[in-house]
Write a protein that binds this ligand. Sequence first.
Ligand code: NDP
Ligand code: OXD
Length: 310
Amino acid sequence: MKIIFASAHDVDADSWIKPLQALVPQADIQQWSDDGSAIGAELAVVWNPPRDIFLRETGLQAVFNLGAGVDALFRLEGLNDDVPIVRLEDAGMSVQMAEYATYALLRASRQFDRYEGLQKQGIWEPLPDIQRGKWPVGVMGMGLMGARVAQTLASLDYPVAGWSRSGKDLPGIECFAGPAQLPAFLARTRVLINTLPLTSETHGILCRDTLGRLLPEAHLINVGRGDHLVEEDLLALLDSGHIHGATLDVFNQEPLPQGHAFWTHPRITVTPHVAAASLRETSIAQVAANINCYLRGEPLTGVVVRGRGY
Ligand code: NDP
Ligand code: OXD
């Protein structure tokens, strides 16, 4: 049984293939090559793979994604509707996401950004104490990433709400669900954290209409996908002052192009899609366990529901 390993990212493929091969010894795992030939793979292990992977490897029976978000796969030609797409389930990412969100929230709410400026000027000036009630947090997407983020911030006594497709019941978190409850969720939120998957329903969801409903002096933390955000709407709301700041990890175009307004905007913090990395050891162990289930004819975990897109 052949497995094709394909990553468009500049990764050392051997450092992924060798440990995976050790955990799935009965498979022949080969690295994608640009020479145009197919290896006749039954399975694919991918992260942002080359555009023609599904046109070339036409006998795939399942695709294992080395990340949580699968939107990039749906943009490729040749992906059959009946091939299961399996995504990473947490695999060490939710704790990183919680760290990232905590850092971004505290930088704004505890005014560490302002203290950085004061230090540069040599000014010793304690700013007013924090009032957590003035920093209601709203987490969009209450899956593996969002729930961990929401629970972490609630444990720091911030008022936290979550919004998802289906209703949730999480202690200490006010839960909203579906399009009908989105306006109420936004209206009580000052710090909006987006952990949604990118689907046809969520594309462009961070726009003038939704962001404009947030409480004044809002802060946006986008760790979902760049295409959730209408970039020019964010810039307009920053200009108007309705949004005070944004911490952005994901962008319409990655890498963020040189000269893009976000690079130098004084109230935008940019990170290069690193909020939560796929950790090699944990990710390989999870994918290998799933491939071994496949080989034994057992059910896989983390299979994307095609009709939902996540
Ligand atoms: P999950 O599938 O576990 O959770 C997705 C959540 O989004 C669910 O709560 C789901 O609702 C909700 N949701 C989906 N569609 C809608 C909708 N139309 N309206 C309201 N809620 C919706 O995914 P993960 O938490 O594992 O990952 C989420 C995303 O985070 C990934 O798809 C990826 O884009 C991003 N990500 C980014 C990383 C980074 O480094 N920047 C790293 C890892 C992930 P319900 O619970 O009802 O199904
Ligand atoms: C993911 C990511 O989806 O890293 O896993 O963005």
